[in-house]
Ligand binder design. Structure first.
Ligand code: ADP
Ligand code: MG
Length: 246
């Protein structure tokens, strides 16, 4: 149990759930010949300041769950409350707004814009949030400093190492100060030492009360999290739970 969780427990107040699902299910192409039941009865409760890993083989439903948690898609059955908001009550526009406010995404392939420098990449999401240009750059510099990349602000992605590019992507994901960081195989394109640096960065974000959800197929990577779940044929189990090992 992390110190953060222990100290919260000591205050006698249970940490609020940032991610809470109840019997979440997802069926693709329901009723057709191509029907796929991708998620079944997923119950998940993740508090502020938790660092959780979700493991599982290819096709087990990890990305489907990430898309639901990330408000990119809506469940077929069950409920999801994102920072206390039931996503079923939102229309597409409200869902997009919730996503912008609550979720930062990090992917395996960094997804940086090649013609923009690091600072411009980081500040990019603020253009949609109608933040004035001067303020965008100030916040962008602050975010780059937080991932230890102040000196690389004017470098383009091609002039940065893989680990530095992923740091830029993490700074970009955090620029709107979302409580939740969702990372899908964030170390998949990095050598193991650089991957460890990124995982250390996640731990310091966790210590600053961010909620980090790390999706990976790699047990060594998942071991850095405080808690591990395993997906198996669309079902989610705590690591070590019997069904996950069968
Ligand atoms: N958009 C989609 N339409 C139809 N089937 C899908 C779609 N996305 C994923 N699937 C299917 O749902 C199952 C879970 O996929 P996915 O969530 O991508 O698993 P993972 O990320 O663990 O590899 C797989 O059988 C996959 O083929
Ligand atoms: Mg996937």
């Amino acid at each position: 149990m992390s110190e953060a969780v222990t100290s919260r427990a000591a205050t006698g107040r249970e940490a609020a759930a940032v991610i809470e699902t109840h019997d979440l299910g997802k069926v693709y192409s329901p009723g057709s010949e191509a029907e796929v039941v991708a998620l079944r009865g997923v119950n998940l409760r993740i508090a502020r300041g938790d660092f959780v890993a979700i493991m599982g083989p290819s096709g087990s439903g990890k990305s489907t769950l990430m898309n639901l948690i990330g408000c990119l898609d809506t469940p077929s059955t069950g409920r999801y409350a994102c920072d206390g908001v039931d996503v079923a009550t939102l229309d597409a526009e409200e869902l997009a707004m919730l996503r912008r406010e609550k979720i930062g995404f990090v992917f395996q392939g960094f997804n940086l814009l090649p013609r923009m420098n690091a600072l411009e990449n980081v500040a990019m999401p603020l253009a949609y949030a109608q933040v004035p240009p001067h303020e965008r750059l100030r916040l962008g510099r602050e975010a780059l400093a937080a991932v230890g990349l102040s000196e690389r602000a004017d470098h383009r992605p091609s002039e940065l190492s893989g680990g530095q590019q992923q740091r830029v992507a993490i700074a970009r994901a955090l620029i709107n100060r979302p409580p939740i960081l969702l990372a899908d195989e964030p170390t998949g394109a990095l050598d193991s030492r650089t991957g460890e640096e990124i995982l250390s960065l996640f731990k310091s974000l966790r210590d600053e009360d961010h909620t980090v959800v790390l999706i990976t197929h790699d047990a060594d990577v998942a071991a850095h999290a405080d808690r591990i779940y395993v997906m198996h044929d669309g079902e989610l189990h705590p690591e070590g739970g019997g069904a996950a090992l069968s």
